[in-house]
Structure formats: structure tokens, C-alpha cells
Design a binder for this molecule. Structure first.
Ligand code: GLU
Length: 477
């Protein structure tokens, strides 16, 4: 979305990059090398559908190959364009560096309204798009590994993986050519909800530091915080669901394509989502909350936390001054424009930036890629060994208690939890939690230690750019 009078999404990302780089000691040559997008491939292809040939336009942009494979989702939307794909590819470079997934940044997109086609037609279109990218190594386990993004999910990734396998029959690592696959087709437990889960872990980590919370003019923990969520797609739905069901947040509003739902006492996210699934993705008519048509105006309502989880550019110069939330977590990519970022900073709003906040997806994609390359599910070797060791300890404690007449008894709940070895989902969550905590700590260190660093976004860029620069330097650039 290009807001009139504001830079494009791509320019916005570059301007944010420039703000950070100004505070770093880097040669102009290296700075320029990191900023630019290495290449963008545009493809136009025809598919025979409903008795005629339909032409589609798709992109795959590679921002930085300082590490390979490069990584990033494929978006299906009518709004997809080269500028957007390049901005998103750049964000992938910085995101991967920040959360230490060993990838360069890439992104793809197809100009299509996925709702306009049925499943079989979408499969034909996806396979044809994948064919065009695979034959140019723009999908390849060692070079370029796509994933889901807006408008795509497990189903599309399974088609892409199958298309790659058909075209590379002897590649033993074929499954690693794409992530976000369904578990039965080489995926990993916990990938679907990973981005939303990552948003939850990011917030939990933020709320572990009272001084950071105070910067947002808030206090206490997540319990009871009033939250507005924009977008109930994969990311917004999971983030809102986990925050309300597990952390005691009150979801006072959900904004979607056809307006917003408002509830002072809090919305039941699962119930709203079920309603949407049964009603063409619309909120209108939902019986348990007030519906208003002007969703954009609800972004400006009072709350403790605002979660934009839909499109880029939704908080812009047109509404930034009226935003009341003291804390924003960017679950979407680029929801706050460069200009709005400046306005919000001056107002003292704390923004947990996209490249960190929504990195849960690519983090679990990394685990999936490693799983595919190692050809074994996480936990398969150690789970029962772990349980056997725990059992030894429990049995020994019980024996001691009986022999010495100590009268100790372990509760059934403790025993069950202690005796359960980690399965794949538990390991994925542990790895994601660790990743989100470690990355936050790297950002906040710079935010707190450097007087010239005002905000978490610049801190995040500094961490990422330094890592990308170090990789380039070690390659002799
Ligand atoms: N599309 C997601 C993102 O923007 C996931 C990318 C991935 O898993 O490679 O981060």
C-alpha cells in the first residue's frame, strides 16, 4: 500500500536502515552493498483455466546472499508488486540475522486474488509458478527456500514441495526446498502457529523487564492488558488466541476487512474465528459483540497494546498522531510507515519492531529445514532416554522415602510432567522461546547502553546490520 505523500514501502525500509547505519561505523561501500536488493526476477506465465488462458505475474526477489540458502515467504495477493516484494525481502535479511537463522533474505509474490479460484485451479497456478522458479534455482534446498506468507499456507507449500520433487527426482534433500509444509508432507509440529507464538514469546520477554515496560508508560505483566488486534489471519489469530487464553490479555477489539468487533469485557478469539470461517471471512452479524464498519478508526481507540497483524502501511501519516496505544507490536511486516514511526516515537510510543516481533515463523522454518536435511524428527532419539532417566530419579526418591520412613510423596501432576520426555512440539517451542529471548536481549542491550539509540527498531537494525557486515567482511568484501 502506497500512502500519498509518503515514501514507498521499499523506501521506508531503506530510510529505517539509514537511520541505524548513521549510528554505525561502516564504510559507505559496505553500507550500500547491504542496503541494495541483489536481484528481482519477474515472471509472467499462462495457465489454461475455465477454457481460456489466464496470465499471471509473479516475483522472487533476493535481497542478500551473504548466507545461503536465502529465505522468505511467497505472498498471494492482488496488491503484490515489485516494490513490496523487495521491501519484504530486505526485511527477511535483517530478520534472519537478528534471530540467528543462517539465511539470506528473499521474498516472493504472485499477483492473484486467491479467493477467485477453486482449489484445483490454485494447484495448477501454484505448480506452474513453482516450475518457473525451480528451473532457475529460485526454489532449491541449498539456495532459496520459500515459505508461507499472506494468502498462502501449508497446502501451497505441499504443492511446491511435490513440484520440486518431480523435477529433481534424485535430490535426497528435496523436502528442504520449502518450509511450512503440512506435518504429513515433511513439515514440523508447531509451524502453523509459530509466528503468533513468537509474538506471544516476544511480549512475555518484553514484560520481564519492568524498566522496558515503564518506557511504554505501562506497569505489571501481560495479565489484564487491553489489546486491539488488526487482522485475524494466521498471525493475528494465533497471537490473540494465545495472549487471551494463556496470558490473561483482554482482546477489546478485532479489526478485519469488513470493520471491527468491540467488547469491553473481551472477545473470545476462537469463537470469532469460527464465526468468520462460517461466514465468508466476515465479522458482520457476530452476535456476541458490537460491530462497527469503520475498522480503521478502531486502530485509534484507547488500549494498552496494539497488534497490527495484517498489511504494511496501516499506521501512516494519516493516523499516527491519533494512535493512543502506548505499546505497538508489529506482528505484520512493515505496518508502521517511516513517517508514522517518527510521529509515534515523538509521542513516546514503544514499538516492538516487525523484524523481531514476527520472526517466529522463519525461526520454526529453520527448524523444519534442519529436520528435512537430517531426515529425522526432533526428539526421536532422546525422548525415551530422557524419560528413563527421569524415572530412575523418581523411583530412587520414592525408595529413599519408603526406606527412611520420610513420608514424602511426589504429586501425580509433578510425576506426569517430570516423566514426559520432550517431543517435537515441545522442542520446537523451547527453541522458539530461546530464540525470541536471546534476540530481545541483544536488542535491548543496545537500546539501553547507547545514548544515541532511541528505539528498539534502530537497535534491531544495528544488531542485524552488524551481523550481516561481519559475514561480508569474513568473505573478504
Ligand atoms: N513469510 C514469513 C515471514 O515474513 C515466514 C518466512 C519463512 O518462514 O521463511 O517471516
Amino acid at each position: 500500500m502506497q500512502i500519498s505523500g509518503e515514501p514507498s514501502f521499499r523506501e521506508s525500509v531503506d530510510l529505517m536502515f539509514n537511520r541505524a547505519v548513521k549510528l554505525m561505523d561502516m564504510s559507505p561501500g559496505l553500507e550500500q552493498k547491504i542496503r541494495v536488493c541483489n536481484s528481482t526476477y519477474t515472471v509472467r506465465f499462462g495457465v489454461r483455466l475455465r477454457g481460456k488462458i489466464e496470465t499471471f505475474t509473479g516475483y522472487r526477489s533476493v535481497h542478500s546472499e551473504h548466507m545461503e540458502p536465502v529465505k522468505g515467504g511467497i505472498r498471494y495477493a492482488l496488491s503484490v508488486n515489485q516494490n513490496e516484494v523487495e521491501a519484504l525481502a530486505a526485511l527477511m535479511t535483517y530478520k534472519c540475522a537478528l534471530v540467528e537463522t543462517p539465511f539470506g533474505g528473499s521474498k516472493g509474490g504472485l499477483c492473484i486474488d486467491p479467493r477467485a479460484w477453486d482449489e484445483h485451479e490454485l494447484e495448477q497456478i501454484t505448480r506452474r509458478f513453482a516450475y518457473e522458479l525451480i528451473k532457475r534455482d529460485l526454489i532449491n534446498p541449498a539456495q532459496n527456500v520459500p515459505a508461507p506468507d499472506m494468502g498462502t499456507g501449508e497446502r501451497e507449500m505441499a504443492w511446491i514441495a511435490d513440484q520440486y520433487a518431480r523435477m529433481n527426482t534424485t535430490d535426497i534433500n528435496a523436502k528442504a526446498c520449502v518450509t511450512g509444509k503440512p506435518p504429513h508432507a515433511g513439515g514440523i509440529q508447531g509451524r502453523v502457529e509459530a509466528t503468533g507464538r513468537g509474538v506471544q514469546y516476544a511480549l512475555r520477554e518484553f514484560f520481564r523487564y519492568p524498566e522496558d515496560v515503564a518506557k511504554a508508560r505501562l506497569s505489571g505483566g501481560l495479565e489484564g492488558k487491553r489489546v486491539i488486534v488488526q487482522g485475524l489471519g494466521n498471525v493475528g489469530y494465533h497471537a490473540a488466541k494465545f495472549l487471551s487464553e494463556e496470558d490473561g490479555c483482554i482482546i477489546t477489539s478485532i479489526i478485519e476487512r469488513d470493520g471491527a468487533l468491540l467488547s469491553d469485557t473481551g472477545l473470545d478469539v476462537e469463537d470469532v474465528r469460527q464465526w468468520m470461517n462460517a461466514n465468508d471471512g466476515l465479522l458482520a452479524g457476530y452476535p456476541k459483540a458490537r460491530h462497527v464498519e469503520d475498522g480503521a478508526a478502531v486502530l485509534e481507540e484507547a488500549c494498552d497494546l496494539l497488534i497490527p497483524a495484517a498489511m504494511e502501511g496501516v499506521i501512516n501519516l494519516g493516523n499516527a498522531a491519533r494512535i493512543k496505544a502506548p505499546l505497538i507490536i508489529e506482528a505484520a511486516n512493515g505496518p508502521v510507515t517511516y513517517g508514522a514511526d517518527e510521529v509515534l516515537r515523538q509521542k513516546g510510543v514503544v514499538i516492538i519492531p516487525d523484524m523481531y516481533a514476527n520472526a517466529g515463523g522463519v525461526t520454526v522454518s529453520y527448524f523444519e529445514w534442519v529436520k528435512n536435511l537430517s531426515h529425522i524428527r526432533f526428539g526421536r532419539m532422546q525422548r525415551r532416554a530422557e524419560e528413563a532417566r527421569s524415572r530412575l530419579l523418581v523411583e530412587e526418591l520414592e525408595r529413599l522415602s519408603a526406606d527412611q520412613h520420610l513420608g514424602w510423596s511426589l504429586t501425580a501432576d509433578f510425576k506426569e510432567r517430570f516423566l514426559t520426555g520432550s517431543d517435537e512440539l515441545a522442542l520446537v517451542r523451547s527453541g522458539l522461546d530461546d530464540t525470541m529471548r536471546t534476540a530481545y536481549q541483544a536488542m535491548r542491550k543496545i537500546w539501553h547502553e547507547r545514548d544515541d539509540v532511541e528505539d528498539l527498531r534502530v537497535a534491531a537494525y544495528i544488531v542485524s546490520i552488524s551481523r550481516v557486515a561481519a559475514t561480508y567482511r569474513s568473505k573478504g568484501l
